[in-house]
Design a protein around this ligand. Sequence first.
Ligand SMILES: [Zn+2]
Length: 141
Amino acid sequence: MICSGVDIICKNRYFSGMTEVKKECTKKECPQCGASVPVYAEYVVWCAQCGWNLNPRQQTQKRHTLLETFYASLGQKQSKTLFEEYKNAAIIKPKLSFSRITAFILSSGVHGITLGLFGLGIFLIGLWVNFLIIAIIMNLI
Ligand SMILES: [Zn+2]
């Protein structure tokens, strides 16, 4: 990567045609391998040689409560289990499970209520139109 004081690192073609954005660049030494790393003020600094600071959140996030620690360990276990389950699967097809059936029943209820309200609206509009027709006929007679 070139770092010569001012580098062109972004070309913006979404606003007013193609414009080039120039960013100030400085250099920093990588704390792990000592390689020269370009530093742009608005971006995360990372090393292309050794991968230092590729995921800065991982280093800065600290778990404070017991619940956060529990959720994190549970998430890692579930992710690993899911990865192992699908890693060796030849064909991945959706399976019928309890959660899938429950979701289907709940969504059917929600959509049923929506369709019921739509039907009630049509019925009320029809009733109102009939009332208007009757009122017009009564006035004409
Ligand atoms: Zn490095």
